[in-house]
Design a protein around this ligand. Sequence first.
Ligand SMILES: *Cc1c(COP(=O)(O)O)cnc(C)c1O
Length: 819
Amino acid sequence: MSSTTYSIGHFATLLHAKAFVPQPELIITRLVIDSRTVIDPESSLFFALKAKRDGHEFLKDAYDNGIRSFVISEEQYLNAFPDANMLLVENVSQALQTLAIVHRNQFDLKVLAITGSNGKTVVKEWLYQLLAADFNIIRSPKSFNSQIGVPLSVWNIQREHTMGIFEAGISKENEMEALQSIIQPTIGILTNIGEAHAEGFPSVKAKLLEKLKLFKDTELFIYSPEYTNGIPTKDLPGQSKFSWSLTQKADLQVSFIEPIEDKTYIRAIYKGTEIECLIPFSDRASVENGIICWATLLSLGYSAEVADARLEKLNKVGMRLEMKNGINQCSVIDDSYVADIPSLAIALDFLNLQNQHPKKTLILSDLQETGKKESLLYAEIADLLKQKNLHRLIGIGPNISSMASLFDLETSFYESTQDFIDHFPAIHFYDETILVKGARKFEFERISKMITQKVHDTVLEIDLNALAENLQFYRNKLKPGVKIMAMVKAFSYGSGSFEIANVLQYHKVDYLAVAYTDEGVALRKGGITLPIMVMSPEPSAFDAIVKYKLEPEIYNLDILNGFIKFLPEGAVDYPIHLKIDTGMHRLGFEETDLTDLLETIQNSKKVKVVSAFSHLVGSDEIQHDEFTQYQIQRFKSFAKNIEDGLNYKFIWHISNTSGISRHPEAQLDMVRLGIGLYGHDGGLNQNKGLQTVAVLKTTVTQVKEIKANETVGYSRKGLLPNGGTIATVKIGYADGYTRRFGNGVGKMLLNGQLVPTVGVICMDMCMLDVTGLEVKTGDEVILFNGKLTIAMLAEQIGTIPYEILTNISQRVKRIYFYE
Ligand SMILES: *Cc1c(COP(=O)(O)O)cnc(C)c1O
């Protein structure tokens, strides 16, 4: 909440908006871009951005959620609601930026801005960790660094803050100027310039120059000459400059780097003397980020000793919200590294997305120091919890405990994490979604460990953001009005069930489809309210179909008659979907069935056709394009005959994933999007434009030296004639890594290197040949990801990506996350 108050009338003037403002005095404290993530609706201002989706489509939702103030760019909505304030502007995202600038201008504080190709978020979070003892810091939540994220971050600055740390990210030219005027940094940090995100720029140099615009008015600029492309120092921004380098003369000139177990010891020359530090990480990226933080501390005047002492305590940055299976049929969202209001609000939104359990619980520690009066701070949290409809709060720490009376929901309080753990056996958790959110010093990872199921070493990580991006990728290809049925059969192609369906529901697909009734029932039990089509509605399950309001696919007269007979007398217009066979020859009606089909439906009031569809057999391949056209034509004429016979309209659909990407003419009224959602499309060149959704990984359980002529595994199939080193990993054919991957056919990624299997694949394990590589127990092993793709695995064993994904057995734990 802003301490500087603005009325909606004031905003209307500032924005030169054409306005319809029935309540000009209304005070606005929050800026909102998503109609579903609202905290204080009355004092929120909703921006109808034209981003991935047109925000104007969500005005009604926002209004229904209580919002009464809007910034829009389409005149037709100016009087959409008689009691709402509407500000009409040219460009909504510019209006958001303008308000952020007005807000920023109220404050005179140290502001650090970070940009660069990689490391922005880690450096921002680390500087926060390093400087929090001395400053009251406001920083960008998560990686809010875009044209939208930056103004939303800056809007959070309040009177009590003494430092801001914001990151800025750009993807093309002419974007930085706006971010500079919003952040107005006094100190600038360039992390590095890599090849990443070079697409929007004519050259690496152009990218660099654009980024440097952020720092044009800074007092101090921190950088490495390794990344400034030979630009003379005098032409770099910053009244004063501080440089660091591993290879060149610099203010902080690193002279020696040595890994010591999981840490890295670094020595450097600074002001003519040798200084040192220890960074508690060993990977290259962390070492570079650590050096950037080191340079920043020194340039801010910290002594080498203090800098070293603080760097040594750096903590890993938990950048994503993960959801895991919990004990007693719970789901656990683990965010056990930070506790402040902006990140709590984000985590609560993620919690609210989850409908699979009837109850929602928050385990929350004392908040990190914010400089705000405790009673105000906790009152704000109490308010937040109420608005988010939380059922239970477990508060841990003396401060939150002393504010117990503020909370108006089921609560219990514990003095410390240990106190909670001591009482754990008596605390009841059952069938609920639990958000674990604690400041770092409370070590809530101990709590998450107790309430999550033991994860067997192999996990399938599902990136829910990427899934939503892929949905958007296909949505962008659709003509206006074309609906989407998302295929979530076979546990969403192995990726999950209600977790995936929840995201799809949230992103407003029109229909879901499953293969079997029990899959549909599971979704309904998980809180999914979208219409769901069941493709194999076995008669024994008609009962459940009706009970859970599922919609059967009807593919022949027997099923049709059986279902009509099953429906009780008096039932009317039960929705059904007709499957037409146009060439797949699997299930479906053919032209010869038309008369009987029409007669049966016309004679029964019990059912109503809501859609008719067919399935393309080769939409991904050029050689079948002619047949695809034949199928489309055959379907259209059949569907037309049914519509004419029944005398009403229904939805027509035929396209699957590669139908959408390759045959725009086949979109009809709806498309059925399947594997594309999960990141693969045989109709695209190398899946261009899609994001990787699923990563399957495991860890090395043991490393062994094998002597010449010894063999590995069952039947002595694994041969290492010259001896070598093998690593055993815990994934086998029972996990879905089929025996066909054995004897070197399958390859995995270990520390960035491709390594082959050796010997046959066992039920729960297999062995890798890691001869000549540095490998230790516990190292991560990737089965597939964005580099080693499911398409490559499919190729290795002569199958298709669909089989690779759906083969992964249910015993492999799924972890869902949002970046
Ligand atoms: C599985 C399936 C789809 C989706 O196919 P993708 O190639 O995965 O997009 C579409 N329609 C039907 C009938 C299906 O069974």
